[in-house]
Ligand binder design. Structure first.
Ligand SMILES: [Zn+2]
Length: 459
């Protein structure tokens, strides 16, 4: 109830400002943050916590020059952003994700996907994306949404946890999700329209061609005709007459200034650098959210018989036969995730493959070189994959084998551990890749070992 009363006071405030602003600032549309029961300092606290979590979950571009460029461009825009006197600790991060998207957490933590940089035709269009995101921060749309959820009492439970004793850390840990259940980034169409309009003003004031805002949206729409709409529209729902509203604001601002900036050599250089970055497989489609962990492996076993070997695996895991190459995977329910581009990625389970290799089972050099080849091939399709431990010998069904540990980005978010066990057989190098997120690996270690213990090679 206290919230509702506080909201009334806040709600009166913008209308007073509106009258005042319209006298001072000629024609431009006045915009102010809406109902909010959080303080700007709470925006920063909550946003910071969520940003720390986001950094752990999202693959970074690992390109200091790109981050520096985003920061420089973003800072130029924040200087023209009306924050009502609040000093937000703006940060700009490049995310190695091909999806065209960007988001800003409360308090000014801005994340820009490489896909958004690649999709922009010039600096003004990228500036438009940033100006839009920064407007969400200045207008405090994240905590405004949260406030509305609280008032409607739908999100009360969730946000009670944020500001209760357990603080937001508990909330974020519980949900494993930097968007706090998506509430902070679930903008309304009205919020979107406001971010477009304020973003257009920021572009104009920073000396950019303000039409870039509309041009970027037009381009996104045209590019996605008949296809899945870009992710940007799922986080930033398309308000009606989006382009028309931006054009209208450009008119109110007095049209395009004669020397409006459109492009720069720095943008072109940054875009080239971004295009050359290694591609990282997307972890979770859409706004990364909590991925429920699969049920624990059953102690009852099922049998699998291939031509070269047989093994037993937990009977609550499913078997997936590779359509080509004779490989097979075993994974629990929820162990295989969509990598965001319609491709499946295994987050928990076991992959078995046979690679072409010649050599006697006891030929150590042949075993090592065939294993290295397989690992290089795995690294080609998993650019983030690194060897953490290698060259350890073991025996699998009495045969000499090699054990290699790797780390990789997990489709479930964060890092995963991949344990590769390889054995040379007449049919080639038979290799077993045991996969689980690093944080859950200890729970799977025993299961993987006991599956491997059941392996029987054909005589
Ligand atoms: Zn938006």
């Amino acid at each position: 109830m206290a919230i509702a009363r506080r909201g009334l006071v806040v709600a009166l405030f913008p209308s007073l400002c509106l009258v005042f602003a319209s006298q001072v600032l000629a024609q431009r549309t006045p915009l102010k943050p809406g109902l909010n029961s959080f303080t700007p300092q709470e925006d920063i606290t909550l946003g910071k916590r969520a940003a720390t979590d986001a950094e752990k979950q999202l693959p970074p571009c690992n390109a200091p020059k790109v981050d520096a460029y985003l920061t420089q461009l973003g800072t130029r825009l924040t200087q023209k952003l009306s924050t009502g006197g609040v000093q937000y600790p703006f940060e700009f991060h490049c995310v190695n994700d091909k999806a065209i998207n960007a988001f800003a957490l409360p308090g000014g933590y801005v994340f820009v996907n490489r896909g958004a940089i690649e999709a922009a035709d010039n600096e003004a269009q990228l500036a438009a994306v940033l100006a839009h995101e920064l407007s969400h921060v200045a207008l405090r749309h994240g905590t405004n949404q949260a406030t509305k959820a609280m008032v409607a009492e739908t999100g009360l439970g969730i946000f009670g946890a944020v500001f209760g004793d357990s603080a937001g850390g508990a909330l974020l840990t519980t949900l494993g999700n930097f968007t706090a259940g998506g509430v902070l980034l679930r903008y309304s169409r009205t919020a979107e329209s406001q971010a477009d309009v304020m973003g257009t003003q920021v572009l104009y004031d920073a000396g950019y061609d303000p039409r870039a805002m509309a041009q970027f949206f037009e381009k996104l729409e045209a590019d996605s005709k008949g296809k899945n709409p870009p992710e940007f529209f799922s986080d930033h729902p398309n308000p009606e007459h989006r382009v028309g509203r931006v054009d209208e604001e450009v008119e109110k601002l007095g049209g395009v200034p004669p020397h409006a900036k459109r492009d720069s050599a720095e943008f072109e250089a940054t875009k080239r650098e971004v295009l050359a970055l290694p591609v990282v497989k997307k972890t979770v489609p859409g706004v990364p959210g909590a991925v429920p962990a699969p049920p624990p492996p059953s102690r009852s076993l099922a049998e699998y018989q291939a031509s070269a070997y047989a093994l037993k695996y937990p009977n609550n895991w499913k078997k997936y036969l590779d359509s080509e190459g004779g490989g097979v995977s075993f994974a629990p329910e929820g162990g295989i995730l969509d990598d965001g581009s319609g491709h499946s990625a295994l987050a928990y389970g076991l992959i078995i493959g046979v690679a072409q290799a010649k050599g006697d089972a006891n030929d150590e050099h042949a075993l090592i070189s065939a294993t290295n080849q397989v690992i290089q091939d795995l690294q080609k399709s998993n650019p983030g994959m690194k060897i953490t431990r290698q060259g350890e010998h073991l025996r699998l069904n009495g045969q000499p084998g090699l054990s290699t540990y790797l780390s990789n980005l997990s489709p479930a978010g964060g890092q995963e551990t991949d344990w590769v066990v390889s054995v040379l057989r007449p049919e080639g190098l038979v290799y077993f890749v045991c996969v689980a997120p690093q944080s859950a690996y200890d729970n799977y270690d025993k299961t993987f070992s006991s599956i491997l213990d059941t392996v029987r090679f054909a005589k």
